[in-house]
Every structure is written in C-alpha cells, then in structure tokens.
Design a protein around this ligand. Structure first.
Ligand code: FAD
Length: 379
C-alpha cells in the first residue's frame, strides 16, 4: 500500500493551490463581507480548466479523474469555500446526472455548453423535501414532445448564475421514488425564475437561490435515462459528490490549521510565543490529526471511484468526517487567536462560519450516519 499521491495529482494540487494563493486568498474576505459573487475569479478559473475539471476528455474537457477533482476542491476551499462550492456545483454536482445517465448526444449538448463557460446547478431540494429528497413535489407532465415542469427548488447553489440545470421532478407523488425523473434544463426556457440570493452565515461568495418552474416546457429529449430513473440518478450523484464535499471540508480545516500554526508562532504572551505552551501545542496536534484523517478518507473514497470499487460508505465517511474536521479545527483556530480570532480582521472567523455548511448540504451529518449504518448492518 502506498499512501503517496501520484506526480500528476501533485501537479494538479499545485495548480489549484497557486490559484487559491494568488487569486482567492487576497480577495475572499471582501467577497464574504460584501456578499459578492466573484465573476472575475470564476472566469479565471474557467481559463485554467479547473472550473471544468469534471468534463470528460472525449467531450473536450480536461478529463481529470475523481481523485484529481477532489484535490482541486480541497485546494480551492482552503482559499474560499464559497468559490469552491461554485466550482463543485458547476462542474461536479450539476453535471453528475449527465455523467451518470446521459446519451452521447445529450452529453455533447451539455458538456459543449460547459466548455463555453456556462455554469450549472443541481436542483433537487425543495421547501418541503430536504433530507427526504424522495418526497419532492415538483411535477413533470408529458405533453406531446415536451414535459411540463411546475414546482419550486430550494437552496440551489449557482441557482441565479447557472445557464444549465439538472432538475428532479415527479410524474405523480403517489408513485414515490418510482415516479421521479431527471432532466437537463436550459435556464433560458420560458417560465423559469429565481429568488434573490440567500443571505447566508458562510460560503457567502457562492450564489444560493430558489429556482421556480412555472409551466416550463422541457423537450422530452432532455430526459436523462428513462421515466422513473430520477431517484437512482439523484442518489448516485450524491454518492459521487460526497467524496468531493469531504475534500472541500478538508480544505477549510487545512486553511484554518495553517493560520493557527502561523499565529501561534508569532503571538507572544508571558514573554514567549504561545506555541511554546503545551495547551496550544495539543490543540495544534489535534488539528493535524483531523486534517490528515479527513484527507485520507476523501482520497480513499475518490480512489475507490476511480478504481471501480464500492464507495457509498467511503464517501459518507469522508463527507461526515470532513464536516466534523472543518467545524472542530476552525473553532479551535479561533481559540488559538483569542479575541483577535473573534474579529473580521482575521480569516479564521470566516473559516469558522464557512465550516458549518459541510454538516448540512449534500446530506446532513445525521443522514451520513444513516448511510454508514445502513452499509454496516447490510454487511
Ligand atoms: C448553502 C446551501 C447550498 C445548498 N445547495 C444545494 C444544491 O445545490 N442543490 C440542492 O438540491 N440542494 C442544496 N442544498 C440543500 C441541502 O442539501 C439541504 O439543506 C439538506 O439536504 C438538508 O435538508 P433541509 O435543509 O430541508 O433539512 P431537513 O431535512 O428538514 O433536516 C432538519 C434536521 O433534521 C434532521 N433529519 C432529517 N431527517 C432525518 C432522519 N431521517 N434521521 C435523523 N435526522 C434527520 C437533519 O439531519 C437536520 O438536522 C443546499 C443547502 C444550503 C444551505
């Protein structure tokens, strides 16, 4: 067993880390404070190819494997988890239903737009259906060569900035999971509107809105898979993307950890750097442990995906533990900074606010435990 990552993955990491150091970290506090969606940085990310890292090579993309995608997500979120969320939602979560279930012709259409710089979003959650995604109420009714969509999607990352959506709807709620369908939808289709962006605790540079469908006619050729495949496609999408969310959370933990180490060496109290106190050293040691274990878990889950090995439990372990690590490490980083950590002058308070989302989206911490327990009991 070799725990080192390949030279190619190291190069990908370096590229994403350099982008975070040069383009993200100098600007992210302003984006957060002023609630800015950073189009300049998003466009630069597109130019580097990092924004389309999930587009397969046969459709003109960089064709980076799952491990590489997760490493990019970690490094971008070490800079700013808001921009990392924009990237992950656009190139991974939004397109994953296409990756899983689309025909060649559908992929050409979708990936072609992504390569032109069009952002995408994944529309599953509804006001009445969060953890219970199978209980969604958005309707799709076949009418001639179209399906007509009606319903409201809640908390959609990139909802207001995407040009492409993957949307989940039901033929009939009474059919339960078996009634769910998945569609590729062009944002310019008449009948689609969006709410103003949510005013969030963290990841404030990401755009989160409702997406509302009122008599939206989607061509039947945009159905992914068959009628009734929607639930399977949604669950498989979340399985794939949870390794990446574990990686994103690891990036937040790592960013807060690096700040804490540096500050502990610089800050003097009682005539010495606070890093010389064992109480602080133990905090830093615990942080190192959380970052390292979170990284190993997401790398294992992503590698399993690349090697065709089972990854459902592994992805939930990575997502769950990444969220715990991000929360614990960022909370302790504020502690290491003392009163200064409680101000907006230092990045650690932003890491602390950004961290919380990783225990909520793409399945809450409790839902991850349900998935893990289900797998353990099945075995
Ligand atoms: C910033 C942000 C971005 C998001 N981006 C997207 C996106 O791009 N696309 C998308 O489709 N969705 C997105 N979401 C939605 C997100 O995935 C949901 O918020 C999440 O799945 C939880 O659903 P909920 O908020 O309705 O909470 P609920 O499901 O109402 O849960 C409330 C509480 O009950 C607990 N709970 C629920 N059911 C159970 C159970 N069976 N057992 C134990 N505990 C349970 C939960 O763990 C939680 O603590 C986003 C959310 C946010 C906040």
């Amino acid at each position: 067993m070799d725990f080192r990552i390949s030279e190619e993955h190291e190069m990908i990491r370096k590229m994403a880390r350099d982008f975070a150091n040069n383009e993200i970290l100098p600007n992210c506090q302003k984006w957060d404070e002023e609630h800015i969606f950073p189009w300049d940085a998003v466009n630069k990310l597109q130019e580097t190819g990092l924004l389309t890292c999930g587009v397969p090579a046969e459709y003109g993309g960089p064709g980076i494997d799952h491990l590489g995608q997760a490493i990019i997500a970690e490094e971008l979120c070490r800079g700013d988890a808001g921009l990392g969320t924009t990237m992950a939602a656009s190139t991974l979560l939004g397109p994953d239903p296409v990756y899983i279930a689309a025909s060649d012709e559908q992929k050409k259409w979708w990936y072609g737009k992504q390569m032109e710089g069009v952002l995408s979003a994944f529309c599953l959650t509804e006001p009445g259906a969060g953890s219970d995604a199978g209980g969604l109420a958005t309707r799709c009714v076949k009418d001639g060569n179209d399906y007509v969509l009606n319903g409201t999607k809640q908390f959609i990352s990139n909802g207001g900035v995407a040009g492409l959506y993957t949307v989940f709807a039901t033929l009939d709620k009474k059919l339960g999971y078996k009634g769910m369908c998945s569609f590729m939808v062009d944002r310019n289709t008449p009948g689609i509107s969006i709410s103003p962006p949510e005013n969030k605790l963290g990841i404030r540079s990401s755009n989160t809105t409702q997406v509302i469908f009122e008599d939206v006619r989607v061509p039947a050729k945009n159905l992914l898979g068959k009628e009734g495949d929607g639930f399977k496609i949604a669950m498989k999408t979340l399985d794939i993307s949870r390794a990446v969310v574990g990686a994103m959370a690891t990036g937040v933990a790592q960013g807060a950890f690096e700040c804490a180490v540096q500050y502990a060496k610089e800050r003097q109290q009682f005539g010495k750097p606070i890093a010389s106190f064992q109480a602080i050293q133990f905090i830093l040691a615990d942080m190192a442990l959380m970052c390292e274990t979170a990284r190993l878990l997401y790398q294992k889950a992503a590698s399993n995906q690349d090697q065709g090995l089972p990854y459902t439990k592994e992805a939930s372990l990575a997502k769950y533990w990444g969220g715990e690590a991000a929360m614990k490490v960022s909370t302790d980083a504020v502690q290491v900074y003392g009163g200064y950590g409680y101000t907006k002058d230092y990045l650690v308070e932003k890491y602390f606010r950004d961290a919380k989302i990783f225990q909520i989206f793409e399945g809450t911490a409790q839902v991850q435990k349900l998935v893990i327990a289900g797998d353990v009991l099945k075995a």
